[in-house]
Design a protein around this ligand. Sequence first.
Ligand code: NAP
Length: 481
Amino acid sequence: MNKVRQINALINGENYQNGKWVDIISPTTNEVIGQVPALTKKEIDDCYQVAAKAQKSWATTPLLERIAVLNKWKELMVEYQEEIANLIVLEIAKGKTAAVTEVTRTIDYIEYTFEEMKRMHPRTYTGDSWGIANKMGIFQYVPKGVVLAISPFNYPVNLSIAKIIPALVAGNSVVFKPASQGSLVGLFLAQLANVAKIPAGVFNAVSGKGSEIGDILVENPLINVISFTGSTAVGTGIAQKSLRTDLILEMGGKDPAIVLADADLELTATKIIKGAFSYSGQRCTAIKRVLVDQKVKQALVKLLVEKVNKLKVGNPEDDCDVTPVINEKTVKYIKGLINDASKKGAKILTGNKFEKNLIYPTLVDNVNQSMALAWEEPFGPVLPIISFTNVDEAIKIANASQYALQAAIFTTNINSAMTIAHALDTGTVNINDQTQRGPDLFPFMGVKDSGLGVQGIHDALISFLRPKGIVFNWSDKKENK
Ligand code: NAP
């Protein structure tokens, strides 16, 4: 049995706890493996006060000095990458290789963000093109103030740092709330930030159950920006409750893979299996439905079944592809979706086997639009297959979802690819590849119920900055001395 590890919050440069704790449960064993502080309203309100105060001097700290301090933090992440990856494995049951990749990708993200911030040059305009002589405006980028960063469980390092670093390097202060399941590693990162000597109050990490402290977190009037990643239900609730605050919301998805009759089926099946089942389908950009031309459905299904059977299923410590999902509630939800589809005539091709929170990868054929599985985001290793008879039907089904994060199109005909890509009402369309976030310098955004605002390194920086203008006016009169 693992020992129960307690990690403190970080408020105003101090490791902080109040004697009340939230249990962190192993997805693999359902046993308590750790505890983080259950903070109260007063402690969280005080945290915003110190963040607002500390931001003033951080904003005027020269950029290269801010980068130097944050770079020390990054170097500590490099030094402790093994421990960070092990915490990810333990706490959210991600396979070890994927956990290590998450950490190294995050380190690349930080380095690129430092460079991108150096390129955030001011913009200059003259009044000339408006018919006004002797006027010139310089518009610098300045930080917005205090940022609340709320991250989800599934990428507890990458999706936390992808908010925190752009916000900090841009001169904001941050109050960071990791997902409870993900807060051991989140608060461990915060401890490293303290070792790196990020000035007290500039970066703070708070913990507690979102259902208990969520309103306290988002309704504070000192917040200038909320950057949230998580479910659509929680994200839309935050949008309703937050005060006069800028919002960036990254929420759920139901990304379709649209397979045309002329697709390279071997490549398509490989990409679909990776896209749908990596980290057990617990990715916002996982392929969550296959829409396939009925002419090639049987051939594709045969390849999908072959490939799904080769996935390694088991514990994260054994570096498996499909590992236990995050909690028992998710298992119950997924069982319900499979049973509903099954009762309405769907055919289960593989999987539908459960051991504690481990769900064997499940392919469900003959799914139709009357089934919840066609529309809901399972966030687990289950993939519905829906057939279509013509491209217009595929586009209609794809666009009928409340979600619109990404889509994939598999075809060897560039004309079909471009025509469908333009017709899809979604954030990004991938042609002949799985849906995916990244490379991280690309803009990343969902529309409809999948999101608000744009991420990706440049756009993340923009979201934490605002232009501030200084306008020069002068006279042509020459001074005679
Ligand atoms: P979640 O349950 O919505 O939780 C996300 C975060 O919100 C957690 O830190 C959670 O804290 C907190 N929270 C919960 N209730 C809150 C409230 N009332 N007010 C404020 N914060 C609250 O999502 P999840 O299960 O961690 O993540 C899975 C979801 O995230 C999926 O829908 C997935 O598609 C989405 N996602 C989207 C993207 C994207 O880029 N679009 C990326 C990754 C994941 P607690 O953990 O303490 O409850």
